[in-house]
Design a protein around this ligand. Sequence first.
Ligand code: PEP
Ligand code: MN
Length: 348
Amino acid sequence: MLIIMKPSATPQQIENVIQQIKKEGLAAHLSQGIETTLIGAIGETHDLATEHFEVLDGVEMVKRITQPFKLASRQFHPVNSVFPIDGFQVGGDDIALIAGPCSVESKSQILETAHAVREAGANALRGGVFKPRTSPYAFQGLGEEGLEYLAEAREQTGMPIVVEIMSQTQLDVMLNYVDVFQVGARNMQNFNLLRMLGETRKSVLLKRGLSATIEELLMSAEYILAGGNKQVILCERGIRTFETSTRNTTDINAIPVLKNLTHLPVILDPSHATGHADYVSAIARAAVAAGADGLIIEVHPDPAKAVSDGKQSLKPEKFAEMVKQVKAIAEVMGRRIAPINKPVTMGW
Ligand code: PEP
Ligand code: MN
């Protein structure tokens, strides 16, 4: 339920509404815009009459949020959510460009990649250290050693780091290193993990499950938001279809659909969506043209030798070429790739 306050509502009247929401056993979520104050009453509101709030002083209108996701809904929060990721803003006019290898393999590999992508224009670095591999015999990631290398890459390049978390047991160690937690497609409905990330105050990049609907993605985001963590970035990464010529099928529709349904930033991962380096740039361009707030791209200095996802990884030169094209599309869309303010402190 959404309680819309009058522009003239006083802080005391807002507080009274919040107290009334709590008395009903619901959670109150305040969203204060320049002109309007919206208060969400979140919980079981089916049987609750809107009159309970309509009679309170300072209340203009009470609306039911019809979608099953509430905090993630644009009905609840009409303007785009914009929040900082160490050094730049995500969700506003600027585009996030997260790049790096699928897996951190060695110190030299991540440092070389980090410098190359930063030089090409990336504003954040990705790298997996706990890998969700289809086979239990495949490389599972470097663990904390990999986090240390990523931290060094951040130190040298000024780029925040985005790392996948697979289980609750990894939280404590990761909190010391990462700027953005990535939740992979396979864990999109790991509700315990989502709840735990909702308790943190670090950004979460939530990937769409392999066969998840857009509504299911938004319900997963709701788990994180319900814990009070407002910094959720949604990521379309391709879905399973009958088509086999690409690893997955990019649901390009998901970008405008999500932008319509939610205030959260939406980015696209053309690497996993296509599974093939030759197609990554085309889909990256399409994503920005469709209104994506960012991209996450796999880049490897020597894709043929990559321990995971080499086939879909761009060489640094190809990535630089892609960035030029994406910049041009961003300009047409009235946007730009977010610059990072921090200096490169050490060359490669
Ligand atoms: C990844 O980003 O390397 C990854 C495993 O992605 P996804 O969860 O989308 O498959
Ligand atoms: Mn990968």
